[in-house]
Each structure stands twice: as structure tokens, then as C-alpha cells.
Design a protein around this ligand. Structure first.
Ligand code: PMP
Length: 361
């Protein structure tokens, strides 16, 4: 653990230390196989146990009923932007998208690239995506409604998911999956690039309801078809075994060490509250998201000017706080405080920020 910094990276991001230690310990000889997890066959019993356990833990943690299948697909969350309309938006129908920032915008673009119909059911573009829109106009005959549950760059998050009146919800939960419990019933697909809250980069977790699988058309390339993955337990081709193994360990940590998503949410609420209450009592730090839309995962903020922001990010780094620079498209500062970033890290950061304000405010 020597020389490890407080890691506020947006993704790839901090992983729980016990997970990293377990990987280190098992790295040369995985489960008595005499091989590393990076050397074993994905067709082995050892790897079957890994991928099945990861899926079972996902079902338990999210309280999913058995209509849901857990798939592991490469290509990141970005590939889901095209896979969802290719698989689940039939010719002649249209899909509703809520545009809450960079990632939603990219998801919408892919539907258009495919020449399919998209209706913007709500948007916060008018105020630079600083809030989650409340005024939503769903079309009655939409094939699905797509949202981004947490907006990694703009620092906003849906506190409550919209009522779509039975139209299946598709959610990009890349940056807040497993951060809180929620009712999964309205969802047709939940997907998340692993590299923020559940593992390293290399895999996207796709949770799909069985009635969605029935929509998948025959004439799609195998690798872009959800049924290829559901029929072959995500092993039609060679999956990234090491990434999936790490996801399994993170989920085990969530279940057995943290104690599930209720506990995780409690901790995440406390962490976010520490930072936001600093903003609310300071004229030096200014949160960029509207209060009722604030993300509990990506806390975005500004200092009085860009020179001070630069000095702040450098000084923070010198003091062992990494990853506080805002996304290159928006500037400013951002503390990503995913599950693996503990309360102790936030407390230390808030202390540092108070001192920085005292010396520079
Ligand atoms: N959606 C969201 C909400 C994200 O934060 C990101 C990554 N920053 C993506 C999608 C893209 O993910 P990937 O790099 O796995 O394609």
C-alpha cells in the first residue's frame, strides 16, 4: 500500500484495496490451477466459476428477478450506443432519448447513423446540461426510452427514474451502477462500462430482460447481436478473463465486505454530502450542477478563476490527491467518488480544500 494516492479519477478509477491485494496474491497461481488468471483457458471450469459467480452476485446485489440475463460484452459502453438501436429498435418504430450530456448525445448520434428514428423526449442542453430535465414528453408508441443515469462529465444524476408508463427503459449506468439500490422492474436494458464502479476497463456489463432478447433481429453480425452473448454465456469468442475476474472480486467485496447496496448508498450519501456542504458554505468553491440534480459519483466544481484551478489541481497532486482535473471538454475540477473511494479519502480532501481556500481565498 506504499505510495498509493487518494484516487479521484473518473475512469479507469480507484478499485477497492482488498480486491487489488487478492489479485496480487492469486496472480501466479489462480484457484490452485498452477496458472495465472491471465493464462487459463476461458473454456475451463475455473473461468466458468468466475463468470457465473459474477452474474449471480450481480443478480443478488440488484435484486434482479430471473427474467434478467447478465452479459459481458467488449467495446465499452460506447458500443451499446449502437447495439441497443440495432437490436431493440425495429424498422419503422422510433425510440425516445433524454439528452443529459456528452454521453447521451453520443448515444443519440448512433441511432441517427443507423438511419433510425429518434425522438428527444427531454434535454438540458439549454443550460449546458447542468440539470436533469423534469419536463419529459414520451411518445406513446416509443420502442424504448433511453437515459444516462449519471452524467460523468457534467456531474448530474437522476435522483429518481422517470415513469415511462410501461415503455421499457434503457439506461447507461456506466458511472453509477452498484452505487445505490433501485427498482429494476421498468428496465429492459441496464449497461455499464466496468471501469468506473465495478472493475478495470475492457468489459461492459449488460443486464437485459428476456422480452428484449425476443426483439433481436436475425440479420445482424454475430458480435453485435445480444442473443449471441445470451446463448453462449458471453463466450462466443474469447472474453477478457482478467477484467471479468476483477469484476467478480469487486462484486464479492460489495456483497461481503460492504454489505450490499443499501450500505453502499449510505456511505456514498455521506461522501457526497461532505463535498456539497463545503460548496454550500463557501464562496470560493462553486458546484456546477443544480442542487436537485447533483451527482453523488462525479462532483464537478469551479474555483474563482482558471489560474486558481490550475494551482489547486497541482497543489492537490503534491499532497497526494490525484485525478481532480475536470473533463477536457468542460475544464474546472471534478472529484469522482465512486464506491471504492472511501469516506476517509473525502474527509482528507475536504480538509485540504479548506486549507487551500484559507491560503488562497
Ligand atoms: N457512458 C458514460 C456515462 C460514461 O461515463 C462513459 C465513459 N466515460 C461512457 C459511456 C463511454 O464508456 P466506454 O469508454 O466504456 O465506451
Amino acid at each position: 500500500t506504499q505510495n498509493r494516492i487518494y484516487n479521484f479519477n473518473a475512469g479507469p478509477a480507484a478499485l477497492p484495496l482488498p480486491v487489488l491485494e487478492e489479485i496480487q496474491e492469486s496472480f501466479l497461481n489462480f484457484a490452485g490451477s498452477g496458472m495465472s488468471i491471465t493464462e487459463i483457458s476461458h473454456r475451463s471450469k475455473w473461468f466458468d466459476d468466475v463468470i457465473n459467480d459474477a452474474a449471480e452476485r450481480t443478480k443478488r446485489l440488484l435484486n434482479l428477478d430471473n427474467r434478467f440475463k447478465i452479459l459481458f460484452i467488449q467495446g465499452g459502453a460506447s458500443m451499446q450506443f449502437c447495439m441497443i438501436p440495432m437490436n431493440l429498435l425495429p424498422e419503422g418504430r422510433s425510440a425516445d432519448y433524454v439528452n443529459t450530456g456528452t454521453w447521451s448525445t453520443k448515444a443519440i448520434k448512433e441511432v441517427k447513423v443507423l438511419g433510425k428514428n429518434v425522438n428527444i423526449a427531454g434535454s438540458s442542453e439549454d443550460k449546458n446540461f447542468s440539470y436533469i430535465p423534469k419536463d419529459l414528453q414520451f411518445s406513446r408508441d416509443a420502442a424504448y426510452v433511453h437515459i444516462t443515469s449519471n452524467n460523468t462529465i457534467k456531474g448530474t444524476q437522476w435522483a429518481q427514474f422517470p415513469d415511462t408508463q410501461g415503455i421499457p427503459l434503457m439506461a447507461d449506468m456506466s458511472s453509477d451502477i452498484m452505487s445505490r439500490p433501485f427498482d429494476t422492474a421498468p428496465f429492459g436494458v441496464i449497461y455499464a462500462g466496468a471501469q468506473k464502479n465495478i472493475g478495470p476497463s475492457g468489459i461492459c456489463m449488460v443486464i437485459i430482460r428476456d422480452d428484449m432478447l425476443e426483439r433481436v433481429p436475425e440479420n445482424l453480425p454475430a458480435m453485435l447481436k445480444y442473443t449471441t452473448y445470451s446463448e453462449k454465456n458471453s463466450m462466443y469468442n474469447t472474453p477478457p478473463c482478467f477484467t471479468i475476474y476483477t469484476v467478480q472480486l469487486v462484486l464479492k467485496w460489495l456483497e461481503e465486505t460492504v454489505g450490499g447496496l443499501d450500505k453502499m448508498e449510505e456511505i456514498n450519501n455521506k461522501k457526497a454530502e461532505l463535498l456539497y456542504s463545503l460548496f454550500d458554505s463557501s464562496s470560493f468553491y462553486r458546484g456546477t450542477a443544480e442542487k436537485d440534480s447533483r451527482s453523488k459519483m462525479n462532483v464537478t466544481f469551479r474555483l474563482p478563476d482558471e489560474e486558481l484551478e490550475k494551482a489547486f489541481i497541482q497543489k492537490a497532486l503534491d499532497n497526494g490527491f490525484g485525478g481532480l482535473k475536470g473533463h477536457r471538454s468542460v475544464g474546472g475540477c471534478r472529484a469522482s467518488i465512486y464506491n471504492a473511494t472511501g469516506l476517509d479519502a473525502i474527509e482528507a480532501l475536504v480538509d485540504f480544500m479548506k486549507t487551500f481556500e484559507k491560503n488562497n481565498g
